[in-house]
Design a protein around this ligand. Structure first.
Ligand code: GLU
Length: 306
């Protein structure tokens, strides 16, 4: 398949719609400044073939896409013990909701809502201590094949306005489900959300998800086991796109993880990983043009897990 022509066609068809629908997430002040008229897409196949279009090399705030990588690190370090305090069901609620957490005694529905990612962050801080932030950067840099950094301005902006995330962490702490000081755990969480990566780097870094867990750069090495890679894909499909996972499965049919920065990572198992970015998001938090681009990609390529 000519992937470059496929991406060029999607880019040409969607560019005229840039900035017409959706809004840049503005509840984090540093994100509100991102120009709305950006669109990029990149993919990398299991054989290392790459294709990209538009703003595919521009770094952006990956936000909740980071939850995929912290979950990966958690599964790697803790195996099944990670699931002692996190469920694996779609929440049916907004990603930052406190309601369910109260009625379910501080155990988050899944690792991709904020409460679940904060619970994963707590386990990473327990396991890695002061090395948690450098350890995450090291894993991502190795996966992407390039140095990856936090955007300290975005992390600070999140810390100034992250009242709900603090509330979620405190609520879990009140149920005895967070071991470390809340301030330390949310500091790690705010930094993971503030990772800056481009579509190209993300398409490359997520490569283990289409390779049964094998490292995208160092073929012989395992990032996660084949069984864990399958499970990460299952969680992406059922819980990876906020409260629109059913719609994503219906329209696109690929495991995806999105973030309010407008990025979405998608996996075609055994074939390729793909990342699309366009900052205007819809009411559920998914990139409007990113969603449309993935839909065009799936229908034009015929690639879907169904
Ligand atoms: N940093 C954002 C928050 O915690 C992440 C939201 C997202 O991308 O879903 O609210």
């Amino acid at each position: 398949m000519d992937f470059q022509a496929l991406l060029d066609g999607i880019n040409a068809d969607l560019r005229p719609q840039l900035g017409k629908e959706g809004r840049v997430a503005c509840y984090i002040p540093a994100l509100a400044r991102v120009p709305i008229s950006k669109f990029g897409m990149a993919l990398r196949t299991c054989d290392g073939v790459e294709a990209a279009c538009g703003d595919s090399a521009a770094p952006f705030s990956i936000q909740s896409v980071s939850k995929l990588f912290t979950l990966t690190l958690g599964m790697r370090l803790l195996g099944d013990a990670l699931w002692e305090r996190i469920h694996r069901e779609p929440s049916g609620n907004p990603f930052n909701s406190l309601l369910q957490l109260e009625s379910e005694q501080g155990v988050p529905r899944n690792p991709f809502i904020n409460a679940g990612a904060i619970a994963v962050a707590d386990r990473l801080v327990s396991t890695l201590g002061a090395n948690a932030k450098p350890g995450l950067l090291e894993m991502l840099s190795s996966l992407a094949g390039e140095a990856i950094f936090f955007d300290d301005e975005v992390a600070a902006s999140e810390a100034e306005t992250g009242f709900r995330n603090l509330a979620l962490a405190n609520l879990m702490k009140s149920f005895g489900k967070i071991d470390n000081p809340v301030a330390t755990v949310v500091d790690f969480y705010f930094h993971q959300c503030a990772l800056r990566m481009s579509c190209r780097q993300l398409a490359c870094a997520a490569g283990y998800l289409c390779r049964d867990g094998a490292h995208p750069q160092e073929g012989g090495n395992e990032v996660v086991s084949e069984r864990q890679a399958r499970r990460l894909n299952a969680l992406m499909l059922t819980c990876g796109t906020y409260d629109a996972a059913g719609e994503f499965a219906y329209r696109i049919g690929l495991p995806c993880k999105s973030g309010v920065g407008g990025g979405i990572v998608a996996v075609v198992p055994d074939t390729l990983t793909l990342c699309v970015w366009s900052p205007a998001v819809d009411a559920s938090g998914n990139s409007v043009l990113g969603t449309r681009a993935l839909e065009l990609f799936a229908s034009r390529s015929g690639l879907s897990i169904f």
